[in-house]
Design a protein around this ligand. Sequence first.
Ligand SMILES: [Zn+2]
Ligand SMILES: [Zn+2]
Length: 435
Amino acid sequence: MTYLRIKIKVKGLVQGVGFRPFVFNLARSLDLKGFVKNTSEGVVIEIEGKHVRVFLQRLRSEKPELSDVESIDVESIVKEKTSEYGRDGFSILDSEDTGSITPVSPDTSVCNDCLSELLNPLDRRYLYPFINCTNCGPRYSITRAIPYDRPNTTMSCFNMCHDCNREYQDPEDRRFHAQADACSLCGPQLGFQSINPLFKEDEGEEPISSAIRVLKAGGIVAVKGLGGFHIACDAENKDAVTLLRERKQRINKPFAMMAPDMDTVRGFCYVTDEEAQLMLSRRRPIVLLKKRPDCRLPEEVAPKNRYLGFMLPYTPLHHLLFFYPGGGVTPNFRCLVMTSGNLSEEPIIHENEAAVEGLAGIADAFLLHNRDIFMRVDDSVIRSNVFIRRSRGYVPEAIAIKGTGPEVLGVGADLKNTFTLTDKGFLCNTESAYR
Ligand SMILES: [Zn+2]
Ligand SMILES: [Zn+2]
């Protein structure tokens, strides 16, 4: 006797975005049997049961927010009744490498659920700077190989503790199969290093407090972020900004800035609804905004410029720089310069040792961590809906183009290494490929 079983192949941006947990929960709620797994071609699902049709409808209509489905192929397969398949309900199988390519998700800003845990004294991840879940956090910058599974990321060296592992295994949990799941017991840690005797290290002090102390005193701190280093200083401190400009040997080039929230940005610049939406999106680009005539920031942040480049905090660490330790109403800073940690006209630095060596002439101190950045990604920059730099939050997402045309590779101009590759109706474009 034979019976029907459906095989579904989902292609597109479907890995590292909570797709498997979504499928798992949906299948279980409909009492379907089968499995889901990541393959390098996309997500493959096999199901059998009464409600297959409902499953297919809801697969299309309820897919996870971060996913971007390109195609869903469905085929019927016939199996012998004696098959072992599906006997034990629905499960997530190990990933399988089938040799073709499936996209990795871009890095995504910390979600509101994680943010409220970060600032909740009763949560076990209270003030933990690497909090993330299936809906947010690092992706592309930590991925060494596809498919996106923990052993293929720079999180592979951290062994999950009992509690993290329980969340990772629990289909009801927001961190079910969240590959970068971590906590202060088992995950990455911050470190602080000062190279200026004026700003001594204090052994009993938390690294984040040390960094805030140096910034408040007008010092310059290199902060290891998601896709590389930022050089930070208090943007309201004219002396600090001038010093940074001298040390970075940048005469006029505007510095990117980060403010704790949208209201603060509005105090410095005019912001349209569209610009606000972009800044608040999970991609969190730098948006060039028209400066208000009464803007109180020193001219040195962007000399002779009518526009200022602003972004909002996008990692838990950024939020802590503004709100540590209280998480309260008054931020530590109204505005920080957050310029790329690169030497003049070189790519952003992404390794601890290279940063301490290369940025020693610029930074007084370093706020470091031990989660390796595999692929560097600089902040994306947008002005009036036009990309000036398409990188963090956007790459490696492909752009659909009309028609299929020939495969074309463009490698950018002399001073800008912007790689663009077209293939099968898609265009991949990144500035982060200059490794
Ligand atoms: Zn989250
Ligand atoms: Zn843990």
